[in-house]
Design a protein around this ligand. Structure first.
Ligand SMILES: [Zn+2]
Length: 238
């Protein structure tokens, strides 16, 4: 067997072992509980952000309403002053218009006051909701902190094994030709699994496509050859 291919097969073998250990870790019931808590916290945080933005919007609307109230109060004062000043020189139409304006003021004021009350109720509701969501987030986080050490304990051996395998890979990698290693990594990323396949028939074992004459020729002499269909690395031990 070509020593370079032998190194790559060893690396692939270690990577398969790591995958299998990680798969087992994910299958642990406690891991599922933790994942569910994390997912819950994420969706709660989204809900919290939504509630906060509602609170902010209502607060802005309240501010605008208050400003409108102030403007109206000033307008009323100005109208009243004007009415005093114009006295007999004003036309009846001018006086009527001023009076109509002054009379309409309490209605406008009442409407605004009503809107403000409604806004404040909505604000309280939204703030309350944000508070409740915040409490739920804290509870979930506490639960996570309670379970996490047990998860760490259950997976300590697996993590040690993974670290060992990763160290072994790191030791082998510098011994592999850079170009070959790059092709191995690229093929692995492309087919999203272990890329090296021994060519035992006339088909690629990754995608079941019959290999071309070109691939067949190359595989006889090269360390490995990319499958023209899927990109898997095909080799014949020699
Ligand atoms: Zn293929």
């Amino acid at each position: 067997m070509n020593p370079q291919l032998d190194l790559l097969l060893k690396i692939q073998n270690y990577e398969i072992k790591i995958n299998s250990i990680e798969h087992d870790k994910r299958a642990l019931p406690i891991r599922k509980t933790l994942s569910k808590i994390v997912a819950d916290v994420n969706s709660l945080q989204e809900a919290y952000a939504r509630a906060e933005s509602v609170v902010l919007k209502i607060e802005q609307t309240c501010e605008a309403l208050k400003k409108n109230c102030e403007i109206n109060t000033k307008r009323l004062a100005a109208d009243e002053k004007k009415l005093e000043e114009i006295g007999n020189t004003a036309t009846p139409e001018e006086i009527d218009s001023l009076i109509a304006d002054i009379v309409s003021f309490p209605q406008i004021e009442e409407k605004m006051a009503h809107e403000l009350v409604t806004m404040k109720q909505q604000l309280e509701k939204a703030s309350q909701m944000a508070l409740e969501i915040g409490k739920s987030i804290n509870q979930s986080k506490q639960e996570y902190d309670k379970i996490k050490p047990e998860y760490d304990r259950q997976t300590a051996d697996s993590d040690a094994k993974i670290a060992e395998l990763k160290a072994a890979i790191a030791e082998l990698e510098p011994q592999v030709d850079k170009d070959l290693l790059a092709r191995y990594r690229a093929a692995k990323a492309k087919i999203n699994r272990s890329p090296l396949y021994e060519l035992k028939t006339n088909s690629c074992r990754a995608c079941n496509t019959p290999i071309s004459a070109n691939v067949k020729n190359k595989v006889a002499s090269d360390i490995f050859v990319e499958c023209e269909k899927c990109g898997a690395l095909l080799y014949i031990p020699h």
